[in-house]
Design a protein around this ligand. Structure first.
Ligand code: CAA
Length: 386
């Protein structure tokens, strides 16, 4: 049975910060961010747009009534959950009106969670072929004003519908994964921001990539030449480029050229959104599929998923006939170019404004007319507007 990605949706906040404005405000040469990290903009979420509303918007972009009747599992990968107990996917289930007899869970392992979700979704459809599974990756990456990671923040959600006979790509059964118990990036329960050993995290990302890649090629008797494109977890695009260079070092020039062109297509969205943790790899995939001019049916794409701490995985997908018809070609002009640009003062105010509840667990929030928004906290309960 062929099981894979039938639809992909994306949502980001409608506000952004130009990374050059951030550099100037912090007394840093803007080239460090635009060339050194290859980052251009960062999506900025107000407190009324959390991982639940972003997830609901990403899914609403792709789901029709038949999907909502047939989805029987929602898996949401995040490392910026809104509750220690209730899964964000349960809120999403309610906001989208998915049929009742569905399982809704949240998965956590830093930026890797949604990849485990994809595997779980595939196994579920294998056991129940008429099922459709909604896999969502939703995160808000926030390191704090003046922090070392401030230039690699962002916010957004990716939603993927997994079913048999998919319209976009088949998930190949070639996954290879690795776990290493390391402290490169983590967030203790008492801290609003992550702790990060920046340089070590980049070294670990690259070492996990090369060792897993070698194991992947060995286990599957494959070579880099078998792929038309490679997608990477993108905390910032330059790290993906370093990964690409490392694992394609020995390829002939014409293969390198194709992979390099497709890498450029895969970073267009991330360059303007920033890091969205669990969703970053899949935002790269969406950017590739919607912007590459040389991909065709049956081409294989390898994906590198990395979650600090650390768990990583490499697997591949194969494009199916007509995949282009199920993608948007106007996202850059219609969505990205229409966002509101924030000043540095507005960014600091909006992104870092917290929700303080009174002694009864209540908080009123500013009005937000987005399709889904957090309206208030009422007796410690989050209340969303559909
Ligand atoms: N012009 C052009 N380039 C410049 C420059 C200038 N004026 N100044 C510096 N650069 C270059 C540097 O040479 C460097 O490039 P190379 O890596 O190719 O040498 C690049 O800009 C970055 O410079 P630094 O390493 O000095 O930057 P930094 O000390 O500020 O750290 C960072 C960068 C580690 C990414 C930091 O932003 C950070 O800690 N970010 C959060 C952690 C992170 O994203 N880690 C990634 C791996 S972990 C992961 O993947 C999980 C996840 O999502 C968090």
């Amino acid at each position: 049975m062929k099981i894979g990605i039938d639809k992909i949706g994306f949502a980001m906040p409608d506000k952004y910060l130009d990374i050059r404005d951030l550099a100037n405000a912090r007394g840093i040469d803007p080239d460090k961010f635009t060339k050194g990290l290859m980052q251009l903009e960062m999506a900025i979420s107000p407190r009324t747009q959390d991982i639940v509303t972003l997830a609901a918007r990403a899914a609403a972009e792709i789901l029709n009534d038949e999907d909502k009747e047939k989805i029987d599992m929602i898996i949401l990968g995040t490392e910026t959950g809104v509750d220690q107990s209730k899964a964000a996917s349960v809120f999403v289930h309610g906001l989208l009106g998915i049929q009742a007899f569905a399982r809704s869970i949240e998965i956590k392992e830093a930026c890797y969670g949604a990849t485990a979700g994809l595997e779980m979704a595939r196994n579920h459809v294998m056991a129940k072929p008429e099922s459709r599974v909604l896999v969502i990756a939703s995160d808000i990456a926030k390191y704090g004003v003046g922090s070392g990671g401030e230039s690699t923040q962002g916010a957004g959600a990716i939603a993927m519908l997994i079913k048999k006979d998919p319209a976009i790509a088949v998930l190949n059964r070639d996954n290879v994964y690795q776990t290493r118990d390391k402290m490169d990036f983590w967030r203790p329960n008492y801290s609003p921001y992550p702790c990060v050993d920046g340089k070590f995290s980049t070294e670990l990302y690259l070492d996990c990539l090369s060792t897993t890649w070698n194991q992947y090629l060995k286990e599957n008797s494959k070579s880099a030449k078998d792929f038309k494109a490679l997608c990477f977890h993108l905390p910032y695009p330059k790290l993906g480029l370093k990964g690409l260079s490392a694992i394609t070092e020995n390829l002939e020039d014409h293969h390198k050229e194709v992979l390099s062109k497709n890498f450029t297509s895969s970073i267009l969205y991330s360059q303007r959104v920033g890091n969205i943790y669990t969703g970053s790899l899949y935002l790269g995939l969406l950017s590739l599929l919607e912007n590459s001019e040389n991909l065709k049916a049956k081409d294989s794409i390898a994906l590198y998923s990395y979650g600090s701490g650390a768990v990583c995985e490499i697997f591949s997908i194969q494009l199916v006939e007509g995949f282009q018809k199920h993608l948007r070609k106007n996202r850059l002009t219609n969505d990205f170019d229409k966002r509101e640009k924030l000043s540095i003062e507005e960014y600091e105010d909006i992104f870092f404004k917290t929700i303080e509840v009174d002694e009864n667990g209540n908080a009123e929030l500013e009005e937000d007319l987005s399709p889904y928004a957090l309206m208030k906290i009422d007796g410690h309960k989050r209340v969303y507007r559909k």
